[in-house]
Design a protein around this ligand. Structure first.
Ligand SMILES: Nc1ncnc2c1ncn2[C@@H]1O[C@H](COP(=O)(O)OP(=O)(O)OP(=O)(O)O)[C@@H](O)[C@H]1O
Ligand SMILES: [Mg+2]
Length: 318
């Protein structure tokens, strides 16, 4: 079978994001909603959405609640995203985000998700095996639903051995998957510190831990994101620090996902590590500076990329 130039993204714990705008939100009081909006969410689905907006078609798989998948079906059709998600009994959970532009803060209320059955999980692994025959790139992103083994990402990475697998998760799921050697990981600095059980306060600390992980487990590319401080991209002997300019943040939802999407898009186009770092950071800048799902436009990403500062980090110059 021929190779298909589509990225597969996997979301095992999706959510419907219910954004509710309430200026000066106060807990324990009556609050008036300015506007509200429902968006399909979940980290792998976000990555697929960014890629699709950038002209890079994606296939999504993972789990969706059968009872409320309409919003996802519409979204996938709109974005030319191929839907290979396993439908499970019940509803996809909702994540309520109370967005307060006056106080510049967001309050999250997360419902628990549905637990897929062992048969659902088998079905997903069957789909992954099938997709692996024709796809090179896989993005595994997000949390693990309650009741599912923390080893599920390890098992996926093992199944997809030899593929370009980007893993963006945290906690026990990340810890267990790392020895299986994903091709790329993108923890944020807090997730990385939790993983290694020590505070990471300097770039030198981060670089050392990233290099050790890469060498010990054969992880080709380690990206450590640091919020507005940018991100450190490590690959072999190379280390790049990409820093966004100060931007007016409208929403931080999906910052990390856009960075993963930008990196994959860059890698698929054969860009150097520095150029991938620039593109990934531009994706995140675009994500942060407008509301709503996805990228605003390819042109906006292009112009954002010109404002990213790229610094090479060497072992001595940090
Ligand atoms: N306040 C900010 N100002 C400018 N850029 C930012 C800001 N926050 C995040 N970014 C950009 O987004 C990238 C990823 O952000 P961050 O490190 O917060 O990811 P994350 O914690 O994995 O996010 P997520 O919650 O989406 O998983 C950063 O490396 C940076 O380029
Ligand atoms: Mg993240």
């Amino acid at each position: 079978m021929g190779q298909v130039n589509r990225v597969v993204t996997v979301t095992i714990n999706p959510a419907i994001d219910h954004t509710i705008a309430i200026p000066n939100f106060r807990a324990g009081e009556v609050n008036r909603v300015q506007f509200s909006q429902l968006d399909p969410g979940g980290k792998g689905i976000n990555v697929a959405s960014f890629l699709s907006d950038f002209g890079q078609p994606a296939t999504v798989t993972g789990f969706l609640g059968a009872d409320n998948d309409e919003i996802f079906r519409r979204f996938f059709a709109q974005k030319d995203i191929e839907d290979r998600c396993v439908r499970i009994a019940g509803q996809t959970r909702t994540g309520v985000k109370i967005m307060d532009e006056a106080l510049r803060q967001t309050t999250d209320i997360n419902f628990p998700g549905q637990t897929p059955s062992p048969a659902d999980i088998d079905q997903l692994f069957g789909i992954l095996r099938e997709l692996a025959a024709t796809h090179e790139w896989f993005v595994l992103a997000g949390s693990i639903p309650a009741g599912v083994s923390a080893g599920i990402y390890r098992d996926m990475v093992t199944l997809l051995a030899g593929k370009k697998v980007a893993l963006d998760t945290s906690g026990e799921g990340l810890r267990q998957a790392i020895p299986a050697g994903p091709w790329l990981i993108k923890p944020n600095v807090h997730e990385l510190a939790e993983l290694v059980g020590e505070p990471l306060t300097t770039h030198a600390d981060i670089l050392k831990v990233a290099r050790t992980l890469s060498e010990r487990h054969g992880i080709h590319c380690v990206i450590v994101s640091m919020g507005k401080e940018g991100a450190i991209f490590v690959e072999g002997d190379e280390a790049i620090w990409a820093v966004p300019p100060p931007v007016e943040v409208k929403s931080t939802v999906g910052a990390g996902d856009s960075m993963v999407a930008g990196t994959v898009a860059g890698k698929m186009r054969g860009l150097s590590l520095a150029e991938c770092a620039r593109l990934a950071t531009a994706f995140s800048m675009d994500r942060l500076t407008h509301l709503g799902a996805g990228l605003s436009s390819v042109a906006a990403v292009q112009s954002a990329s010109e404002r990213v500062t790229i610094r090479e980090l060497s072992n001595t110059a940090i």
